[in-house]
Design a protein around this ligand. Structure first.
Ligand SMILES: Cc1cc2nc3c(=O)[nH]c(=O)nc-3n(C[C@H](O)[C@H](O)[C@H](O)COP(=O)(O)OP(=O)(O)OC[C@H]3O[C@@H](n4cnc5c(N)ncnc54)[C@H](O)[C@@H]3O)c2cc1C
Length: 315
């Protein structure tokens, strides 16, 4: 079993998701298999000690910044170079761009949103989320194949004493005609909070009303020892920063306690938090879908609830 893993880099370092994929690939390949890491445009040093046998590096100034056309052509070149049985990409902007395109170009089967992968001889059985996580699908496909894997499926790869062989591969042709020009990168603040690491989250949705409501929720979160997070409308309104957004286009979280205040429970939000340990929902509408997922709920006005909660916690 030969596995090629696409490495997504942020400020020169592999993202947590890439490290998770490396661990997953090592497990799937087993002792007799091999894992190659695809590093495009950047220095391969940051992933050479994570247990993979080889790092395949394509370095070209035109690939320094993520450009879908250039990275797709590069992964295609690496597939040509290594003939992998399995290509693994993470559920991130690059993975969602590259996976389907490479699968189509190479005429390979593709499963996106994978939550579990099993190799069975010349086939792979992949469990994946469909309809925004409302349903689970099990697909059996023949190898070679392309899989796009959700975050949190594997634990991050440990640092290893063995150093991978670094192989330089020529850049693909056509990089002068990519059709997309890089203008600037807006990188997330690396010192920003990682809400996936928190045990308790207090989430505010549009029902929180305004910034005063958010401040009241922040106070209650502090007393509760919880991080304050939000649904997408709250982040879009600028009431909370993007790194605190939960859901499909935010972070996927699994805290022991998730308190959802004024959140309706749209599929895109549920996708990010439905597997939390204990879910408490507060919503004035008893028919809000969040109550289908909540372990405890209250149909009250969120400001009344916050007042009572803050008072109780203050005692
Ligand atoms: C591609 C895509 C990606 C998306 N990604 C995300 C994502 O990452 N995260 C995300 O959250 N959404 C995401 N969305 C948006 C998602 O579809 C919903 O629009 C969003 O989750 C709704 O947020 P909400 O529950 O805060 O707001 P609403 O759906 O407007 O719900 C507000 C809730 O508050 C209740 N309420 C109102 N006033 C009060 C009150 N005074 N007291 C108590 N309850 C009250 C209402 O009954 C209602 O249930 C995405 C959508 C798309 C298409």
């Amino acid at each position: 079993m030969r596995i090629l893993v696409y490495i997504d880099l942020l400020a020169g370092s592999a993202t947590s998701l890439s490290k998770e994929l490396i661990a997953g690939a090592l497990k799937l390949a087993g002792p007799s298999g091999s894992v190659d890491l695809a590093v495009i445009g950047n220095d391969a040093g940051s992933v050479s000690n994570l247990g993979a046998g080889r790092v395949l590096q394509i370095q070209d100034p035109r690939l320094m910044h993520y450009n879908p056309a250039g990275h797709i052509a590069s992964i295609d070149a690496l597939i040509e170079h290594t003939s992998p049985d399995l290509v693994l990409l993470g559920y991130c902007t690059a993975g969602l761009d590259i996976g389907p395109y490479v699968a189509m170009k190479r005429n390979l089967p593709l499963v996106s949103y994978c939550t579990d992968i099993r190799i069975e001889g010349a086939e792979v059985e992949a469990e994946s989320q469909i309809y925004g996580g409302k349903m689970k699908a099990t697909s059996k496909i023949s190898l070679p194949a392309v899989l796009v894997v959700n975050p949190g499926v594997y634990r991050e790869a440990d640092v290893s004493t063995a150093i991978a062989e670094i192989i330089h591969v020529d850049a693909p042709s056509g990089l002068d005609r990519m059709g997309i020009d890089f203008i600037r990168a807006t990188e997330p603040d690396l010192n920003a909070i990682d809400i996936t690491k928190s045990d308790r989250l207090l989430c505010v949705g549009r029902g929180i009303g305004d910034t005063d409501g958010v401040e009241n929720a922040r106070q209650a979160a502090g007393l509760l020892g919880a991080e304050l997070v939000g649904s997408r409308p709250v982040v879009d309104a600028g009431w909370l920063p993007k790194e605190r957004q939960v859901g499909k286009s935010g972070r996927k979280v699994k805290p022991r306690l998730y308190m959802a205040l004024g959140v309706s429970g749209a599929p895109e939000h549920l996708e990010g938090m439905a597997s939390s340990g204990t879910i408490v929902a507060v919503n004035s509408d008893a028919r809000a879908p969040i109550f289908d997922y909540a372990h405890f709920g209250a149909t009250v006005d969120v400001s009344d609830f916050l007042e009572a909660l803050t008072e109780a916690l203050g005692k």
